[in-house]
Ligand binder design. Sequence first.
Ligand code: AMP
Ligand code: MG
Length: 491
Amino acid sequence: MTERKRVIQTGWNLENSYARLPKSFFNIIKPNPVSSPKLIILNYSLATSLGLNGQALQSNDGIAVLAGNQVPKGTLPLAQAYAGHQFGHFTMLGDGRAMLIGEQVMPSGERVDIQLKGSGKTPYSRGGDGRAALGPMLREYIISEAMHALGIGTTRSLAVVTTGEFVVRENQQLGAIMTRVAASHLRVGTFQYVSKWGTAMDLRALADYTLQRHFPAVDAGGNQYLFLLREVIKRQATLIAKWQLIGFIHGVMNTDNMAISGETIDYGPCAFMDTYDPETVFSSIDIHGRYAYGNQPHIAEWNLARFAETLLPLLHVNQDQAVKLAQEAISDFTKLYHYNWLTGMRAKLGIFNEEVQDEELIEGLLSLMQKYHSDYTNTFLSLTFDTRWDVALFGSTEFAHWYELWQERLGRQKEQKASSHQLMRSSNPALIPRNHQVEAALEAAVKQGDYSVMERLLDVLKDPYAHSTEQIDYATLPAISNRPYRTFCGT
Ligand code: AMP
Ligand code: MG
């Protein structure tokens, strides 16, 4: 009897709803093959939830798709057009080094974009090489997966492959392609592009597509486009509050890097804050601190105002009325953001109910943290476990006074101490991807081809609220250095 070879299906189930939008929204892309793709890391559990077979993805054919050398049957890869305000200046952009290979329809029925980042030149490359280096792609992999585990809306990372080719940056680096999974790649910048260069019909088509894809609960009888604006504002208010609560600094909050879905997108110069200081900036090009930690809510509102402007023709036939509706919606952002932030901060301090003085109590702690240069994450961890790591802060009389006020506050709620402790445990992570630890993982991977440091880091970051013994080592602070941590864009 002859044994029939069993072919494992990868499970790609790709559609191209985006390609049904007006032709000016994208360019169909032919593969830009790379010489010798090698799989570096695969997100097995994400693959499974997408309906993909992890084993098949690791075969030569599976890797060929992740490298952009092969296109799964029945899909039309494309590069999306978009514009954006970069550091306040409006520019035409588009996928200059990425292609959307399609939308994977998951077993759950959900639809997500599958995008290859670093996949070669496109009509939007503007003189760039269309490629990416291994270090930055692994960095995005680590940080986006950490964000997901921290419970923060984000694009995900399915895999990173090296290309076998070199890219020229400040030196020669090994090229890599990351497979990014996103609710969609619709950006504020996509609306800006269509609003600036498209027709009224194009704009309506984009808005209708967005509603269908992300906000299907829309009431057909109401002002659907006002609903769209309000929902996007709500999602951003939720997202930015989570960034602030965890100490995440995106670094390049240009309008093209703000996703309509409410996911964090485009991990370029992002980094996590160690010492609490609202003025913290890591990005080497953010000279004026436009995207500093403390400025993120304000920038989000600014970006949303740009989004609202693109929708004006759809909001009302009368332009004054349209502006009024847009302004009302935008003014809700600060209220919604503040509410989310305050709720999150109460939880970080084990507080269940609301009292008007809570904000003063929270601000009191933050200003002491700033004064004593305390580590943001570890201060909350110390309060959770009643340890005293930071001698400067915890040894001060101001802190002793604050601590008394906090204990009194906890005493005024009906919940017991144990419940407060539980709430704090689940609101204050045991660890974040610390910059020095991410760098150590990348250095071992890129310089020595040793992926074990990264794998261990990814492992402890998987469940940041577990507070396991293995995680304790990762709460160690970086050695004091005179050189501030610096991050870079477009690498
Ligand atoms: P980012 O800073 O990653 O948000 O990218 C801003 C713009 O620059 C986007 O349009 C990217 O597609 C484009 N871009 C970044 N790196 C490259 C590259 N190596 N080649 C071509 N385009 C790029
Ligand atoms: Mg971008």
